[in-house]
Design a binder for this molecule. Structure first.
Ligand SMILES: Cc1cc2nc3c(=O)[nH]c(=O)nc-3n(C[C@H](O)[C@H](O)[C@H](O)COP(=O)(O)O)c2cc1C
Length: 354
């Protein structure tokens, strides 16, 4: 059985984390991954503080094992000033009641003060892990450590990793451009070893990891585990329409695209009419673009609308061939990586000495 320092750090059996995917990673998926010996991570970004506490309670009803929560705590979202939020609140107010109802699950993104409330709710709940995307403020890391919470930072660049290390995080999640959701421009194959070389804290690989081969490769690059999104979208427990999961199962390598048209930040999602037609000149900033895309940020998840709905997915979708229970994904990934590493070691043993 593969064990790494990540297993010791989080108290888990396999060095496999399911990504904290907004909307998709809800209590059922998180608990299933943690029960299977990985570490499930709740996609916390879109919940109100109260709903976050409820989700965490729901996870704890289903598992006693360690789990994490993913949050986005960028300076602009933490800035509670009228000036920062007025335009965003106005965008929300101008949406029709029907659209507002459809967007109920992400309405939190339009509310001033909500992000600070999320952080307080998670700090109070003391999960094993808090994962921070985009920005890892040192004061948040200190608050987490004071409560015994491990902190990870998701980054897509060496500079981002160095900043997060300075802020005191316990490990880095290095996400390559292959990954689904918000993503950068450097591929996992180069980004992970570059970050392993640049920092002295553990690194976890993300972006394009869907099976045991990906886990074994991540370990070969010096990573201590993997953070996996797209593979778990196509799990029974993920929140999302069956059509979305089936499209991931069918996808080939040409079917994802990076677009700012849904959220205002570069996001890898399944390509469709909306991503093909939206002109970059009309894009506005995160999270305002959410309101402009309106119902479309939900019609993929809720209605399986393939033509215009947002359906984040990574290039690894081309390697996903069936929807599986999350526990089976964890089991196969761990067992296959173990087998690959053992068999390669034996193959190397047999090489004649030079
Ligand atoms: C549907 C979906 C939603 C995502 N939402 C978030 C999010 O809310 N916060 C975050 O930090 N990352 C998010 N991501 C990115 C993942 O955390 C992860 O880095 C990425 O999925 C890894 O690449 P992979 O999809 O190839 O496994 C999301 C990814 C997907 C596919």
């Amino acid at each position: 059985v593969l064990k790494t320092v990540l297993c010791d750090l989080l108290g888990i059996e396999h060095p496999i984390l399911s990504a904290g995917m907004a909307r998709v990673s809800q209590a059922g998926l998180v608990a299933a991954v943690s029960e299977a010996g990985g570490c499930g991570v709740l996609g916390g970004v879109s919940y109100s503080p109260e709903a976050l506490s409820d989700q965490i309670a729901a996870i704890r009803l289903q598992t006693k094992r360690p789990f994490g929560v993913d949050l986005v705590l960028t300076p602009d979202l933490l800035d509670d000033s009228e000036k920062a939020w007025e335009p965003i609140e106005t965008l929300w107010r101008n949406l029709s009641p029907a659209t507002q109802a459809k967007l109920e699950g992400v309405s939190q993104m339009f509310k001033r003060g909500g992000v600070r409330g999320q952080l307080n709710a998670v700090l109070d709940a003391k999960p094993a892990l808090i994962a921070l995307a985009f920005s890892a403020p040192a004061w948040v890391v200190q608050e987490c450590h004071a409560r015994g919470i491990v902190v990870a930072a998701l980054v897509g660049s060496v500079n981002g990793a160095a900043d997060a290390e300075k802020a005191g995080v316990d490990f880095i999640v290095a996400q390559g451009t292959e990954g689904g959701g918000h993503t950068g421009h450097v591929g996992t194959f180069v980004l992970v070893p570059a970050i392993v070389d640049a920092v002295s804290i553990p690194v976890v690989a993300a972006g394009g990891v869907v099976d045991g081969r990906g886990l074994a490769a991540a370990l070969a690059f010096g990573a201590v585990g993997v953070w996996v999104g797209t593979r778990f979208v196509a799990s029974n427990e993920a929140f999302g329409h069956q059509v979305y999961k089936d499209r991931i199962v069918r996808a080939d390598l040409t079917e994802t695209v990076i677009t700012k048209s849904y959220t205002g930040k570069s996001m890898r999602t399944l390509r469709n009419q909306w991503t093909d037609q939206w002109p970059p000149s009309k894009e506005t900033k995160f999270p305002g673009q959410y309101a402009i895309a309106g119902e479309l940020v939900e019609t993929g998840y809720q209605d399986g609308d393939l033509e215009t709905g947002m359906m984040p997915a990574g290039q690894g979708a081309a390697l996903v061939h069936e929807v599986l229970p999350a526990a089976e994904i964890v089991r196969r990934m761990a067992a296959d990586a173990d087998h690959i590493i053992q068999s390669r070691a034996r193959a190397t043993d047999r090489q004649p000495a030079r």
